[in-house]
Design a protein around this ligand. Structure first.
Ligand code: PEP
Ligand code: MG
Length: 752
């Protein structure tokens, strides 16, 4: 029972972490907690130092305290090393007699024969080992082992964030000065990434600029050590508050997103060094900046993208800390009710903006089908992408009105514009309050049944999907919870999120697309190799097949969450029958593992694939024999078929969903699926673009999966459609060889 109690209290680890003053202090408290809860004689944590290829004891309860930092071993040595090497728990009841046991003189561990070592891993990263030891007669139960695995997985989250603090200091050079502010034009036209309006003072998100500005300015006012301590306290409170809000709003995404900020604040070497300087009489802002420079210098020089991401965290934190110091009372939130203008945004920025109720965002580079735009839509942050770097030169606080419906950005808008904007907001609020009229089933005017499913990116999309009566989930982009986090979610964390989706859908079909990372969907915490063409590189199903532990973990979580559901699993970026069969084999392996462990799971989900690569079209017949269903991902299919980068706004005019090759490819997939009694749906953006609906239905498409917000509008159009006329139009379009002819058939010319 104690094991289960421990499992239930795992969130306590997060609290322990938040209350600790240092990483070492946190690890020590953790071993004390585990020792107490599992009534074990010894609990120790070893961390793995990759550069030295050494496991080093970092905390212990029960062994001699001097062992900390002294007990070191190669992963090739001892039972502890074995757990890390083989990535599995090692349990021995007569440890000292085991040929691989490695004794350490002076630790007093010889008396503890029951030895349990559980690896601490995060995705593919080996982080360390949690070791528990008991005397001869007190064995560990299966429950104890389960509890330890759960603690190890939670510890991994936190330690991963702490690792970067375990580096040393070095001097730093000043960064180049930013250009002075210059006025930007009054109105800029951009493209809608997420519709909506936003009006407020702008916030230029230019991290280098912000920190450089702070470094350059003078600090005539002298602050006291007490002012500094207060600023540190306020900063910690603000970060904890932010973390709580993100957790409330986005339960699947939340995982100590602000952990590294908090850790830096708790690091002795960092804040302690600042305090030492302040006590010697250095003005606090200067002391903060001096130590920060030392840190940034270390991080800046790093090759690792993980560490470089931390540069951003340090900069964010310092700006916040100095703001708190100078303002004496806590500053307002950074993004609240502001229009953020940025050259580059990370998913974690969007999360933070969302939790702070940002007014909107303007990105001065990028394409609208990029995943950042998709995420903005999930978070409902009005966003425009405008090729207007001059916006970055605006002074912070300049009023900006964002009309993300049309893609217009107004700088210092006049009274008339603001007035009409307010009217439109009121009208929209009234419209929102009126529930859109949707029917649970969709049919064309002549009675052809079309299924409207929802694309889900984050669980926050689910309530709208349900309100709008979607007939199930046609695409759950499981990578989004991975992207917006600061570390790999564990199997249990994935299970929780997936289970919530399955429960919300209440028996309707739920299609899990397995991890589709790489390309423009990078994980800040995973060091993707540098590639010339990442969208054609080690991404998507290739990543999963190459990283089996991660893939299997996800497949297990999906199968476990799918108990009793109409579960469908589909694989992204399949290039061949061989890819598909390999991926399906791993799904079967995951099911076999679960069966052997007697863990409840779905035994026979439908297994399908995305059609996103042109090479799939000529081989579609063989795929249709094996795959239970196809889902056409037009976003990528168009990109690869036409050789046009979907994230590059410069080649936007070449990105043509109505290219004859695209329509013919869709036709071929639908026809092959029909011949084999399989379902073919469309889940790319083309499914919600009303201009193509008639042709798609005319070609025989009967299932569309779209972002929930589009469901009412699409249903209305379909209800007015005549399927026989749609078929005639489709035939004409399919026999046209030129984009121009198709545009004429679809009435594009008359619209412009
Ligand atoms: C697609 O490629 O059309 C698709 C639905 O997948 P994603 O947009 O996530 O790449
Ligand atoms: Mg895709």
């Amino acid at each position: 029972m104690e094991g289960f109690q421990l499992l239930c209290d795992i969130s306590e680890l997060n609290h322990l972490f938040r209350d600790s003053v240092s990483v070492e202090g946190f690890l020590q408290k953790t071993v004390e907690m585990v020792t107490h809860r599992l009534k074990t004689d010894v609990c120790s944590i070893y961390l793995y130092d990759e550069e030295e290829d050494l496991l080093v004891m970092r905390a212990t309860q029960g062994l001699h305290p001097d062992s900390v930092g002294q007990v070191r071993m190669k992963p090739s040595e001892g039972l502890t090393g074995k757990a890390l090497r083989e990535l599995r728990p090692i349990y021995e009841t007569r440890a000292t007699r085991h040929p691989e046991f490695k004794p350490f003189i002076g630790t007093n561990e010889e008396q503890f024969e029951n030895f349990l070592a559980v690896p601490i891993t995060r995705g593919l990263n080996r982080i360390g080992v949690l070791v528990l030891q008991r005397g001869k007669r007190r064995k560990f139960s299966d429950e104890d082992i389960m509890a330890c695995k759960a603690v190890a997985s939670q510890l991994a989250n936190i330690i991963e964030n702490a690792r970067f603090l375990m580096t040393l200091h070095a001097p730093h050079e000043d960064k180049p000065r930013p250009e002075p502010a210059t006025p930007a034009p009054d109105m800029i036209r951009g493209k809608t990434a997420c519709a909506g309006f936003g009006f407020g003072p702008c916030r230029i998100l230019n991290r280098e600029h912000t920190l450089a500005t702070l470094s350059r300015r003078e600090y005539p006012e002298v602050y006291s050590p007490a002012d500094f301590d207060r600023a540190v306290r306020t900063t910690a409170e603000q970060l904890e508050d932010l973390q709580n809000r993100v957790e409330e709003k986005l339960s699947d995404a939340a995982s100590l997103i602000f952990a590294s900020h908090l850790l830096i604040l708790k690091d002795h070497a960092f804040v302690g060094e600042m305090r030492k300087r302040i006590e010697k009489g250095i003005n606090p802002p200067l002391a903060i900046l001096e130590i920060t420079r030392q840190y940034l210098d270390i991080f800046d020089r790093s090759e690792s993208s993980y560490i470089r991401e931390k540069v951003q965290d340090v900069e964010d934190l310092i700006v916040r800390l100095i703001d708190n110091l100078l303002q004496k009372s806590g500053p307002a939130e950074e993004f609240a009710h502001r229009v953020v203008i940025a050259r580059e945004l990370f998913p974690s920025d969007l999360l933070r903006m969302s939790s702070e109720e940002v007014a909107g965002a303007v990105l001065v580079a990028g394409g609208v089908t990029s995943h950042l735009s998709i995420l903005a839509r999930s978070l409902q942050i009005p966003m425009v992408i405008a090729q207007a770097p001059e916006l970055m030169k605006l002074t912070d606080g300049t009023p900006v009105l964002l009309d993300a419906d049309t893609g217009n950005v107004y700088v210092r808008p006049n009274e008339t514009i603001v007035h009409s904007f307010r009217n439109r907001i009121e009208a929209r609020t009234a419209l929102k309050e009126r529930k859109p009229e949707v029917k649970p089933e969709t049919t064309t005017r002549d009675g052809v049944r079309i299924r409207l499913m929802a694309n889900i990116n984050l669980l926050s999309d689910v309530s709208l999907a349900k309100d709008l009566l979607c007939e199930g989930v046609g695409l759950y982009r499981t990578e989004f919870p991975f992207i917006v986090r600061s570390d790999f979610p564990s199997e249990e964390e994935q299970l929780l999120a997936y289970r919530r989706l399955v429960e919300a859908m209440d028996g309707k079909p739920v299609t899990f697309r397995t991890l589709d990372i790489g390309g423009d969907k990078v994980l800040s915490y995973y060091p993707f190799p540098q590639e010339q063409n990442p969208s054609m590189g080690m991404r998507s199903i290739r990543f999963s097949l190459d990283n089996r532990p991660i893939f299997l973990q996800q497949l297990r979580a999906i199968l476990r969450a799918g108990v009793g559901a109409d579960l469908r699993v589909m694989f992204p970026m399949i290039a061949s029958l061989d890819d598909f069969l390999q991926a399906r084999q791993l799904l079967r392996q995951a099911a076999e593992q679960l069966k052997a462990e007697q863990t409840p799971h779905h035994e026979s989900p439908k297994v399908g694939m995305m059609v996103e690569l042109p090479c799939v079209i000529p081989t579609i017949e063989s795929l249709a024999e094996e795959a239970d269903f196809f889902s056409i991902g037009t976003n990528d299919l168009i990109q690869f078929m036409l050789g046009v980068d979907r994230t590059n706004e410069k080649v936007e005019s070449y990105y043509l969903p109505h290219h004859p090759a695209v329509f013919r490819a869709i036709r071929d997939v639908v026809a092959a699926a029909d011949r084999h009694g399989r379902e073919a749906s469309i889940c790319g953006d083309m499914a919600h673009e009303t201009a193509y609906l008639t042709v798609l239905v005319g070609m025989g498409v009967r299932t569309l999966s779209v972002e929930p917000v589009y469901i009412p509008q699409i249903q209305k159009i379909l209800e007015m459609m005549d399927s026989a006329k749609a078929k005639t139009l489709a035939e004409k379009v399919l026999s046209s060889g030129s984009v121009n002819d198709i545009e004429r058939l679809l009435g594009f010319e008359s619209q412009s």
